[in-house]
Design a protein around this ligand. Structure first.
Ligand code: ZN
Length: 316
């Protein structure tokens, strides 16, 4: 399946010309229709999914496909919930890495943007934070409120909290944003003067992306609209007037497992069933982690791990 030609698709950061990097991508996670490509800016290197669905289309795609058909009592979800609420999960975070900032102890006010059903809110609260969530999906927000949390459903730009936050968490959120610079700009007034934004997202400069090609789990078309590298995310933060405090990468064993499954069983145009088979995924993830060769840690240190972790502060 060929991707449509990419004339006149400017870069989302600098507005310069883009070139076609990869085509023939499809939604292998949820089975939404359509073929997608990845375009790269010829100037700044930012990568984007193309065609980028219109905001109204995206809303419909999320409602129809995102996690749809995975019933709340499915074996996959049941196992996942039990794991996340167990002490085993905290051990796993220390061993494998922490893309959701779920292991960080601290104090002060924390806002989780895109808090979903509030699983992260429970963990942040256990770690010492006073937590609130922001979630556009009303039914997910309702579930988080049932867990006892304060969850807002206002769009980020219209949200005005009673007090600013010490931490705003954007865990695997920015790559979904229609306009990531705008999202970061809208976060700024929510922060206290020394407040931090904690960002995690897939790393487009990851070694795994080169190893797995089209089967890399983090293309996640059409839901991931942007694919950031350390370099392009730095540019984005500059534009929104933040400075980076720390930047790291790591390679979650789950993501490597999912990419292997997509590589083994990927068929154009369909939802992949292998990555929904919870016992298989759990076993593979554990096995991969056990046999992680030590040189993989060097890859992470060279900023070529699969997940980017950034702590940033707003400039005055
Ligand atoms: Zn650019």
């Amino acid at each position: 399946m060929g991707a449509p030609p990419n004339h006149n698709r400017p870069c989302g950061i600098c507005g310069q010309r883009t070139r076609l990097l990869l085509d023939g991508l499809f939604d292998d996670r949820f089975g939404a229709p359509g073929a997608y490509a990845i375009l790269q800016c010829t100037n700044c290197g930012l990568e984007q999914t193309w065609p980028r669905p219109a905001a109204s289309e995206l809303k419909e795609l999320y409602e129809r496909f995102y996690n749809a058909g995975i019933s709340p009592d499915s074996a996959y979800r049941g196992l996942r919930e039990r794991f996340f609420s167990s002490g085993l999960y905290r051990l796993w975070l220390q061993w494998d890495g922490d893309m959701g900032f779920h292991g960080r102890q601290g104090a002060g006010r924390l806002l989780d943007v895109g808090c979903n059903e509030g699983r992260g809110l429970s963990l942040y609260a256990d770690n010492g934070f006073q937590v609130e969530g922001l979630e556009m999906n009303e039914s997910a927000a309702a579930l988080a409120r049932q867990r006892g949390f304060r969850v807002h459903t206002a769009p980020l730009g219209q949200f005005s909290p009673q007090e600013p936050f010490d931490v705003v968490v954007l865990a695997n959120v920015l790559e979904h944003a229609w306009d990531p610079v705008q999202m970061l700009t809208e976060v700024r007034p929510l922060l206290r003067p020394q407040g931090e934004v904690w960002i995690s997202c897939p790393n487009a400069a990851s070694l795994w992306r080169r190893v797995f090609g089209r089967a890399w789990v983090n293309w996640h078309a059409p839901f991931h609209l942007w694919h950031f590298s350390p370099k392009t995310l730095q540019k984005l933060l500059d534009l929104a007037n933040y400075r980076i405090i720390t930047i790291n990468t790591f390679s979650p064993a789950l993501w490597v497992t999912q990419s292997i499954c997509l590589k083994l069983s990927g068929k154009a145009g369909g939802r992949n069933r292998l990555i929904r088979c919870a016992p298989l995924i759990a076993l593979m993830t554990l096995t991969i982690k056990l046999f992680y060769p030590p040189f993989f840690h060097n890859i992470n240190r060279q900023m070529a791990g699969d997940c980017l972790i950034i702590v940033a502060k707003a400039n005055k």
